[in-house]
Design a protein around this ligand. Structure first.
Ligand code: GDP
Ligand code: MG
Length: 441
């Protein structure tokens, strides 16, 4: 997707503003991307029309190209559909806070209970009790007990001959008496079409009044997941969702469908079989993943925050006046780029940055090289900085000695400078700001 998307976005950029005609291709790409990510069709249609409406009514921010502005809108709508921001468990209620975990068979409920217990215990220093009400699968209770063995959460024993309703009563009483902060209740897998099982969970819900009722769903089940979540929600008031096995699929569109269809926030992602593999859900990260664009937008924001405008403008002006790009400019330039690259640490994932020569990318990521470069350039005379061609054998040795570097370091730096100069000649009309924005659509 990202290749195509950036291509059609570039088309918008060339047009100067957002119009119904120039976003048509991009919208088609977005639709394809969402289909590929396995987002349900009605969700896609509604989403596209919302993006369109908001794009056409938007004033384009001066500092962004229309293409960038459009990405921003798409991304914003995606994030909003998924609940806007990270939504964690509500633990503000009087303890013990009861968290009921529900869902179909094999989706990762038991694993998630233990992951959550560990997460809350370690990160939020909560005293955690877990209990299983899965009396239908012979080894289910045992599985929970085994998983809690080496971590710092307590297991409340239950037996398959007991009634689930009984088990939760006992566990809740015990949790109250022993001052637990959180009681996590694991339940048997059930189908929303099974009346007996759905009645059971409804009764458990009434009996223990959970603060959180979390629906666990396997990301790999894609669109079905959304439908199942919806029918669960119609019988049981869900408060949130844990999307599991996100590690096994690139089709993360289920998240979008589920939050859209149920209107419930995804609170956590299961990202592996290990007990540590639980992450709070961040809608913005998933939006980026669905759009396949790395962290383009936050990079744009960082460029805007960090690049020294005055410096960049001076340089642009200088180049426009026909003065050549010299080593002092080079140093400034590298420092600017370094500021951006250093913060994101994600430069290589960016579509545009990838096209820069390796040596330049290296500079962006390497602090030490920059310090060396600076030392070398400061050891030069003013004349040498403006006219690097005159730097030959004896000058090189002097500069190397002066900066505490080797002659080969001086050579390498000069070579990089020549490369940068070449790039600068290409982009000189626009200056660094707009050029960076161009290569990052
Ligand atoms: P339950 O029937 O809903 O309680 O599901 P389990 O917790 O027993 O998990 C079923 C299987 O899915 C187990 O093999 C788990 O290790 C696996 N599993 C659970 N969560 C994840 C996850 O986030 N990623 C991966 N790769 N596997 C998971
Ligand atoms: Mg289980």
């Amino acid at each position: 997707l990202s290749e195509k998307l950036s291509f059609s976005l570039r088309n918008i950029s060339d047009q100067g503003r957002i119009t119904e005609v120039n976003i048509k291709d991009t919208l088609r790409e977005v639709r394809m991307a969402l289909l590929e990510a396995d987002v349900a069709l009605p969700v896609i249609q509604e989403f596209i029309s919302r993006v369109k409406e908001s794009a056409l009514s938007q004033k384009v921010n001066k500092s962004l190209t229309p293409g960038q502005e459009f990405i921003k809108i798409i991304r914003w709508e995606l994030i909003n559909t998924m609940g806007g921001q990270n939504d964690t468990l509500n633990l503000a209620a009087p303890p013990p806070v009861v968290v009921l975990i529900v869902g179909q068979q094999g989706v990762g409920k038991t694993t998630s209970v233990v992951k959550l217990g560990k997460y809350l215990g370690e990160r939020q220093r909560k005293k955690i009790l877990v209990v299983s009400t899965d009396v239908y699968r012979p080894s289910a209770i045992n599985q929970l007990e085994t998983l809690t063995k080496n971590i710092n959460i307590d297991f409340f024993p239950s037996e398959i001959v007991q009634k689930p309703l009984n088990i939760v009563h006992l566990a809740l009483t015990y949790a109250k008496q022993h001052f637990y902060d959180v009681l996590l209740v694991d339940t048997a897998g059930r189908l929303h079409t099974n009346n007996f099982m759905m009645n059971e969970i409804i009764n458990i819900h009434i009996a223990i009044k959970p603060v959180e009722t979390i629906f666990v769903v396997d990301a790999m089940t894609g669109q079905d997941a959304a439908k199942v979540a919806k029918s669960f929600n119609s019988m049981l008031p869900l408060t949130g969702i844990i999307l599991t096995k996100v590690d096994g699929t690139s089709r993360c569109g289920a998240a979008l469908s589920i939050s859209y269809i149920t209107g419930k926030p995804i609170k956590f992602l299961g990202v592996g079989e290990k007990i540590d593999a639980l992450e709070p859900f961040y809608p913005d990260r998933l939006a980026n993943r669905i759009l396949g664009m790395g962290d383009t937008l936050s990079l744009i924001e960082q460029i805007e925050r960090n690049v020294d405008y005055t410096q960049a403008q001076k340089l642009t002006k200088k180049i426009k006046q026909g003065n050549s790009f010299d080593l002092t400019d080079f140093l400034h330039q590298m420092k600017q780029i370094r500021k951006i690259g250093g913060i994101t640490g994600m430069m290589n994932q960016l579509p545009g940055i990838n096209k820069l020569p390796d040596s330049v990318k290296l500079q962006m990521q390497n602090d030490k090289l920059l310090v060396h470069m600076e030392a070398i350039i400061y050891s030069m005379t003013a004349q040498e900085r403006v006219n690097p061609e005159i730097i030959k054998g004896s000058r090189k040795r002097r500069i190397a000695a002066g900066s505490g570097m080797q002659v080969q370091d001086v050579n390498r730096m000069l070579k990089q400078f020549t490369e940068m100069q070449r790039i600068m000649n290409k982009i000189q009309k626009d200056g660094i700001m707009r050029s960076l924005k161009k290569i990052i659509p």
